[in-house]
Design a protein around this ligand. Structure first.
Ligand SMILES: Nc1ncnc2c1ncn2[C@@H]1O[C@H](COP(=O)(O)OP(=O)(O)OP(=O)(O)O)[C@@H](O)[C@H]1O
Length: 253
């Protein structure tokens, strides 16, 4: 099966300072792929590049066989839903309006949102347990509530590619588990789900594949039990974990 996303001789840089180099990589649809690594390793840079928000210094990213830079912005936005790590806009909009922004790539000029748009927004708010927040001003919500709404905005697009940068960072344990289950179920329905996260027990339980990035390079890649072995944990994270990572052991009550 051809990979959904293909990275070819990719180099990413900020102001000519190279921060990421990936020779070749394919990311499949139908799987949850986790990006892990220490702070500053290059995970957000990779997600930004996969989302088309950052142009590679060289090399290319192909989405379903087509160079990402060839997509019109609107078409790319229909296919890729991207949740940045630092997405905490303090717009004084009602929360539901924020989620509706996820339907923006589908809106036709001069017509309002369609029944399909409203259904997608309802569904995303239900999936993220944010329906009760819809009428509240977004900027008055807690950071976890805002994070769930921004995730709902990404879900509302119903894109076949979900790129989520630390989606659980501000969430309580129950909602962390919920969104991991949500990502797994989206992948099961055929989406290509890529996320960056620091909770190795959650990553270990819910990812089909783990890509470990250190100092801008892939240093391990495989199922969690292989990619997060004791040697990698020691070399990359400076952790003494002879047994590897124990997957998170709790469930929703
Ligand atoms: N906008 C920017 N301008 C210049 N350098 C940047 C910018 N964003 C990130 N960097 C640098 O690029 C490197 C990779 O950063 P990146 O944000 O991709 O790391 P990360 O793995 O996501 O880290 P974290 O776990 O802390 O979120 C770091 O050295 C960082 O300082």
């Amino acid at each position: 099966m051809t990979a959904h996303l293909i990275l070819d001789q990719l180099i990413c840089a900020y102001d000519r300072r190279q921060v990421l180099s990936i020779e070749g990589l394919g990311i499949r649809a139908g799987e949850v792929t986790a990006l892990v690594g220490p702070n500053g390793a290059g995970k957000s840079t990779l997600l930004r590049t996969l989302a088309g928000q950052l142009s590679p210094a060289s090399g290319e990213v192909r989405l379903q066989g087509v160079d990402l830079s060839r997509f019109a912005i609107r078409e790319r936005a229909r296919r890729i839903a991207y949740l940045p790590a630092d997405a905490q806009p303090a717009w004084p909009l009602l929360a539901r309006r924020i989620v509706e922004l996820g339907r923006h790539p589908f809106l036709k000029p001069l017509t309002g949102s369609s029944a399909e748009d409203r259904k997608a927004v309802d569904r995303a708010m239900q999936q993220t347990e944010t329906a009760h927040l819809g009428d509240r001003p977004f900027n008055e919500l807690s950071s976890g509530e805002r994070a769930r709404l921004l995730l709902a905005r990404a879900m509302a697009t119903q894109a076949s590619t979900l790129l989520l940068d630390e989606p659980g960072a501000a969430l309580d344990p129950r909602h962390q588990l919920k969104i991991m289950e949500l990502m797994a179920s989206e992948a099961k329905s055929g989406a290509c789900v890529v996320f960056a996260g620091h909770s190795l027990p959650l990553v270990s339980r819910f990812s089909d594949r783990v890509i470990v990035i250190d100092a801008g390079r892939i240093v391990a890649d495989g199922p969690p039990e292989d990619a997060l072995g004791p040697q990698t944990l020691e070399q990359v994270f400076g952790l003494d974990a002879p047994g590897g990572v124990a997957p998170v052991g709790w469930d929703l009550a």
